[in-house]
Design a protein around this ligand. Structure first.
Ligand code: OOG
Ligand code: NI
Length: 399
C-alpha cells in the first residue's frame, strides 16, 4: 500500500485552504458564499456535496518559467491544463488555460479548477517598457523554496506522504496570497498601468495573487438578484447564454474589483485587483453545439440576445437528438454532462468589468497557442476529447 496522499485529497485540501485565505482577505467573498448557499438550498437538486465545495480561482503569471512551474505544482494536485483561451481579440494582453481534474471520478472527488493567464510580452507596444517588464519579472520568485522542493520531491517519488502534502499545501498557498507591497515605484506602476491596467497587476507585485474564487450556484438569476438586494455592486449583465430551461455551458456574473491600498517601493497608492464572481454551469456542448452557440453569440452582438438564442433548442430530447450536447446515463435516463471549462467571451467580459475606465485596446495579432504551449512546457488538452470520453453516444438519428 502506498503511503502517498491521493492527488484528489491534496487538491481538496488546497482548495479549502485557499477558500479560507480568500475569505479572510476579501470579506465580500463570505457574503457571496452565504448568498449562493441560500439559493442552492432553495433550488435543491443533485450533486449537492460537490456543488457546496465547488470553486474556480484565477491567477495571472508573468513569464514562461512561472507558468511552467505552476503547471508542475498543479500536477501534484491532479490538475492538468485543459483548453487554450486567447484574450487578445477582446483587448486583454494575455492567453490562458484552465488547470483542472480530467475524469468523472476526479471531478466528483473535487472539481477545483484555476483559470491561469500568461502575460503576452509581445503585446507590450513600447520596446523599452517591454525590456523593463522582463527585467522586473526576472528578479522575482513567486514560489517559496519549500514549495519548489516538494514539487521536485513529488515528481521524483511519485507522490507526497501526509506531512509533506500538508507542507506542500501551505507552501503553495504563499504564491496565491495578496501582497499589498508592490515591487516597483509609483512611477513605474503608472507606466505599466498606462500600457494596460492588467500589465500593472501582473508585473508590479511579488506574486500572482488569486484575483477571485468563484462558487457555483444552481440559479444565477436568483443569486444575482440577492447580490443586488444586499447592496453588492454586481455588474449589469450575466455573461454567457440567456436563461433557459436546460442550462448550457456557463453563465457568470461578478461584483466589481475592490479598490485597495497598496505600498509602492516609494509611496502609498491604490490598486484594483480582487473581485467576486458566481457562476452557473450547464451542459457541455459537442463541437456541433458549440458551433451553433458561437454563431448565435456573434449574431447576438447586433441584436436581441434572447430572440437570437431562441434558435438554440431548449428541451433535452431535441438537444440529444440533434447531437448538440454530451450526455451520460444517469438515474433516470440520459442526463447532460456538465461543462467543466470556461468561455473566452465571458472571461473577456469578466476581465473588462474589472478594468472600468480602461481604454479598449485593439491587438491586431494572431492567436498563439504554439507559443503558449512552449511556455507551458507541454500541449494543452482538448476539452472536447475529455467530454467525448465521458459521454455515451446516443443512437444515431435517422430521419
Ligand atoms: C480571469 C478571468 C476569467 C472566468 O471565470 O471566465 C475567469 C482573470 O480575471 O484573471 O476567471
Ligand atoms: Ni472566473
Amino acid at each position: 500500500m502506498s503511503a502517498f496522499v491521493d492527488a484528489d485529497q491534496i487538491r481538496a485540501r488546497f482548495a479549502a485552504a485557499l477558500s479560507d485565505m480568500y475569505r479572510a482577505e476579501v470579506p465580500l467573498y463570505a457574503d457571496l458564499l452565504a448568498i449562493v448557499g441560500d439559493v442552492n438550498a432553495q433550488a435543491g437538486g443533485t450533486d449537492e456535496a460537490r456543488i457546496a465545495i465547488e470553486r474556480h480561482g484565477a491567477i495571472r503569471v508573468g513569464t514562461a518559467q512561472e507558468l511552467a512551474t505552476m503547471a508542475r505544482a498543479f500536477a501534484v494536485m491532479g490538475m492538468e491544463p485543459v483548453g487554450y483561451y486567447d484574450l487578445a481579440p477582446a483587448g486583454v494582453p494575455v492567453h490562458s488555460t484552465a488547470f483542472r481534474p480530467l475524469t468523472e471520478a476526479t471531478l466528483a472527488a473535487n472539481p477545483f479548477r484555476v483559470f491561469c493567464s500568461l502575460l503576452r510580452h509581445d503585446l507590450i507596444g513600447d520596446a523599452a517598457l517591454r525590456d523593463e517588464v522582463a527585467a522586473i519579472l526576472a528578479r522575482r520568485q513567486i514560489f517559496v523554496p519549500r514549495a519548489l522542493d516538494l514539487i521536485a520531491q513529488a515528481e521524483r517519488d511519485g507522490g507526497l506522504g501526509k506531512g509533506d502534502a500538508d507542507a506542500f499545501v501551505s507552501a503553495l498557498l504563499e504564491t496565491f496570497r495578496w501582497h499589498s507591497e508592490a515591487t516597483v515605484t509609483a512611477k513605474t506602476y503608472q507606466r505599466l498601468a498606462a500600457q494596460h491596467r492588467l500589465i500593472a497587476d501582473i508585473v508590479a507585485f511579488k506574486g500572482p495573487h488569486i484575483n477571485h474564487l468563484t462558487p457555483r450556484t444552481l440559479d444565477i438569476d436568483a443569486a444575482q438578484a440577492a447580490m443586488r438586494a444586499r447592496g453588492i455592486d454586481a455588474k449589469d449583465t450575466i455573461e454567457g447564454p440567456p436563461a433557459r430551461k436546460v442550462p448550457i455551458l456557463l453563465r457568470q456574473t461578478s461584483f466589481k474589483a475592490l479598490n485597495e491600498a497598496v505600498r509602492f517601493a516609494d509611496v502609498g497608492g491604490r490598486h484594483t485587483a480582487r473581485f467576486g464572481e458566481i457562476e452557473q454551469r450547464g451542459a457541455a456542448l459537442t463541437p456541433k453545439g458549440r458551433a451553433l452557440y458561437d454563431r448565435l453569440l456573434a449574431q447576438a452582438r447586433h441584436g436581441d440576445t434572447r430572440a437570437v438564442f431562441a434558435a438554440f433548442p431548449d428541451d433535452l430530447p431535441t438537444l440529444i437528438r440533434e447531437g448538440l450536447i454530451y450526455v451520460r446515463r444517469g438515474a433516470d435516463g440520459l442526463e447532460p454532462i456538465t461543462y467543466e471549462d470556461f468561455l473566452p467571451v465571458s472571461a473577456a467580459g469578466i476581465f473588462q468589468s474589472n478594468l472600468s475606465g480602461e481604454a479598449r485596446r485593439d491587438y491586431a495579432t494572431a492567436s498563439s497557442q504554439a507559443a503558449f504551449e512552449r511556455a507551458l512546457g507541454r500541449a494543452v488538452i482538448d476539452p472536447f476529447a475529455l467530454y467525448a470520453a465521458m459521454a455515451i453516444m446516443p443512437e444515431p438519428v435517422t430521419n
